[in-house]
Design a protein around this ligand. Structure first.
Ligand SMILES: CC(C)(COP(=O)(O)OP(=O)(O)OC[C@H]1O[C@@H](n2cnc3c(N)ncnc32)[C@H](O)[C@@H]1OP(=O)(O)O)[C@@H](O)C(=O)NCCC(=O)NCCS
Length: 187
């Protein structure tokens, strides 16, 4: 039997709702303060969803507890990341620790890919910090391949307006969303 605060069983996966984020979800992305410093980034990403430049996927429980998320940049000034029609960039992939290793991250990933395929995108890419080998393995299991090393340098303004420079050397990984058909040889 589940006890409060204990890791739930796999049964939870059946109770997960994966849907697009709505404005009232924004505070829930902060996970009780742990990610408050990203408040402006989340708001900016939300604004980008309003004109189809981004999609924000969330996994919630039946009582609307925020469990996980993945964001997809469809269009960006950095066209090597997202160009609006061919290549999209996945970021902000996160599942709350007590819900990990139950397949929820995989559900989020597959859902985001399915949506991109429906939008006729052909490639999805992401950055994974070089030391995050567990996440890298997860991506490799789902056919993402390292294409180059990225310095992982970026900046953000936190919730109180202070700028932070981040340096997280990463692997750029990429996956083709187009099924490859083996060449048929006639007999
Ligand atoms: C990566 C993450 C979203 C996966 O979510 P999940 O619900 O646990 O995923 P699934 O249950 O579908 O798959 C489990 C796999 O995730 C990976 N994983 C598990 N815990 C992890 C952790 N703490 N950090 C990174 N990857 C982890 C592993 O590959 C694991 O399988 P394995 O341990 O058997 O090799 C989740 O672990 C997480 O939020 N990690 C911290 C944030 C992060 O690293 N995000 C990726 C940024 S590129």
């Amino acid at each position: 039997m589940d006890q409060p605060g204990k890791v739930r069983t796999n049964q939870l996966v059946n109770e997960i709702v994966i849907r697009e984020l709505i404005e009232s979800d924004l505070p829930l992305l902060e996970w009780d303060g742990q990610y408050s410093h990203y408040r402006r980034l989340y708001l900016d990403a939300y604004h980008q969803t309003l004109d189809d430049r981004a999609v924000m996927w969330v996994a919630t429980s039946e009582i609307n507890e925020m469990i996980g998320q993945v964001f997809v940049q469809l269009n960006s000034h950095q066209i090597d990341l997202a160009d609006g029609f061919y290549r999209a960039y996945m970021l902000g992939f996160r599942v709350k620790p007590e819900y990990r290793n139950q397949g929820i991250g995989t559900l989020l990933l597959l859902n985001a890919e399915k949506d991109l395929m429906a939008r006729h995108f052909q490639k999805v890419c992401l950055n994974v910090v070089k030391t995050n080998w567990r996440a890298q393995k997860l991506y490799e299991r789902h056919d993402y391949r390292v294409i180059f090393a990225d310095p992982g340098e970026w900046s953000y303004q936190d919730n109180i307006g202070v700028w932070h420079d981040v340096k997280e050397p990463a692997w750029r990984m990429e996956k083709s969303l187009v099924a490859s058909h083996p060449i048929q040889h006639s007999k």
